[in-house]
Design a protein. Structure first.
Length: 204
């Protein structure tokens, strides 16, 4: 048989032990306060109902987030803001001189139209991803004057995914070791770039 030789402080400390962010002491206090305010005719019968009502009210209004939740929310907000800034940057297509381009670069394939055909076939990316990729291709074309630029494919990596673009430079690309490549008339006629989400490219 459990000992009943508990002091008031010990009993209060036990009732204040938290389980899932809630303790029995605060819960009983809220239920008793509700009983005193509402004064039901049969308080004994209504006690369980009022207890459930208090729990439901606490769930609806939500408990204050702890420090861990606040930190996680702040990190998520920071990541979202960084993503938004990257997306907005794609809308401001710049030329090589750093000026904002007024017209959409010519010679870039209409990826949005192609995406609709892919969608009919049951393949492709989400609309948001396709739109951002289309802007990235336009930005790339405006930076180096690439013609016949099109989306070639997507590479799935372990830490990040990359998009491959194919196009032709306005002037033939001259490799450092000319003997190692065929030149602009063979397999190396096209130039390829690997794009990240922010539209920055690497010449392959």
């Amino acid at each position: 048989m459990a000992s009943t030789n508990l002091t008031l402080d010990e009993a209060k400390a036990y009732l204040k032990e938290e389980r899932g962010g809630v303790n029995l002491y605060d819960h009983l206090s809220e239920v008793l306060l509700k009983l005193l305010v509402e004064r039901p005719i049969d308080a004994t019968t209504m006690f369980e109902h009022l207890s459930c009502s208090v729990r439901q009210e606490r769930f609806n209004r939500g408990e204050p987030p702890n420090n861990g939740e606040i930190t996680a929310e702040a990190d998520a907000k920071s990541a979202q803001e960084a993503w938004s800034k990257s997306a907005i940057g794609l809308l401001k297509i710049q030329t090589e001189d750093g000026e904002i381009a007024q017209d959409t670069p010519s010679g870039v394939s209409d990826l949005l139209d192609e995406a609709n055909m892919f969608e009919w076939a049951g393949i492709g990316f989400s609309k948001a991803e396709t739109f951002r990729l289309s802007l990235a291709l336009q930005k790339l074309a405006s930076l180096n004057g690439t013609t016949k630029l099109r989306f070639w494919g997507k590479l799935l990596g372990t830490t990040a995914d990359f998009y491959v673009a194919e196009g032709e430079l306005p002037e033939p690309y001259e490799p450092e070791d000319a003997a190692a490549e065929e030149g602009a008339n063979g397999l190396n006629k096209n130039t390829y770039w690997v794009l990240k989400d922010d539209g920055r490219g690497l010449l392959l």
